[in-house]
Design a protein around this ligand. Sequence first.
Ligand code: FCB
Length: 456
Amino acid sequence: METGPNHHNHKTVFPADFAWGVATSSHQVEGGNRNNQWAAWEQRGRIRSKDSVGLACDWWRNAESDFDRAHSLGLNALRLSVEWSRIEPQEGCWDETALGRYRQMLRALHERGMRPFVTLHHFTNPQWFEAKGGFAAPESVALFQRFTQRVVGALGDLCRDWCTFNEPNVYTSLGYFLGEFPPGFKGRFLVAARVMRHLCLAHAEAYRTIHTLQTDANVGWAQHYVVFKPRRPESALDRWLCGFIHRRFNDNFAEGIHSGRAPFPLNKFGQSLPDVKGTCDYVGINYYSRLRVGFTLRSPKTLFIKITVPPHKPQGDSGVEVPYGEAYPEGLRWAVDHFAQLKKPIYILENGVPDRDDRIRPWLIESTLNQMRSLMATGCDLRGYFHWTLTDNFEWNEGWHLRFGLFELDPATQTRKARPSSELYARLIREAMEGAPSSSQAVAAMEAMSQGWQKR
Ligand code: FCB
């Protein structure tokens, strides 16, 4: 049977082993993580909303009831991260109880028919590691390798899908360039490049370590991809800045893996990373939004760049100071095409929108799934989709007010309430598995709206 981009027979496109999941991370959901650099950041009053993470979603005590919710949606996969500061609370001291709790969680996922995807590093560092300089310190590579070996040794019989680092580009640019994440440095280009270099090396070491322990492991990383567009297309300066940011942000880490190139500007000084080349079994893409890039004299520390979103574009709820970004599902194609050069299977490891009232999330989910269907119909090797996220959780420097969950959470009472999107996602998965055609009401309504936006 012929399958083309417009052929809406899900069964012919999504294979039965396609991973349908949600993504989470330890600090954002577990609660009680007081020994990492994000806890210290919060104590220093650096969360914009002044919220505190507190119990988060209470997963350390009870992840299982959320696993039940995920299971009830028909998910067959779930992405979570392990918290280094729990597993190695002091340098060289290992907490077997913490590893035991992760074993319990992974077993609970298997019991519910869900395939665990484990991220080894999702932004958080133990305080002792941060005190040594975090990933700016050369010994960070060996310390991360030792951690990886321990984790995979302890959990390897329960997991074979590993993600080494979550968004090295976000970690580096927000921590060392924009100053919004710990350690809060602004405009430290050379330190940022050094951190990126160590992340590449740590990733490659972790890749090899995992494969030594587990021959059939599936190892990759999560690459955040942003679609950048010049704010004033007629301005040569905006166009140049846009291209520059695109290459630096979207490519720095991936280039290391693709061709062994050292991150900019180290590559200009003759550095290369030959041992990093080829160290991935898949590319994980975290895709959320499109941003406009323009020149402004007001921010010399951040390369005179101003990031904006035109007000008439579809957007989720705003951050405290900055717009979160334009919700632009078509951009998934750009992201996937961009990493096709690595010739590896692709998983969408995160995708979502902060949307307390579920205004545009249903449209976003359905449009994104349609994009995936058409990408796969044209030969793209997509293996899974993980929505960010299951239950509202603590959004880093923003706090509680950005609501990404398929389920609404009241952190004070820990009560959850399903948003309509959760049922939609469940239905779309069911239909994808059964091969039934989907209704595209939400898409049609939103497309009509967006045509209106474009005309303005
Ligand atoms: C991604 C992060 C994830 C979450 C979402 C909204 O950049 O990986 O932890 O904060 O954004």
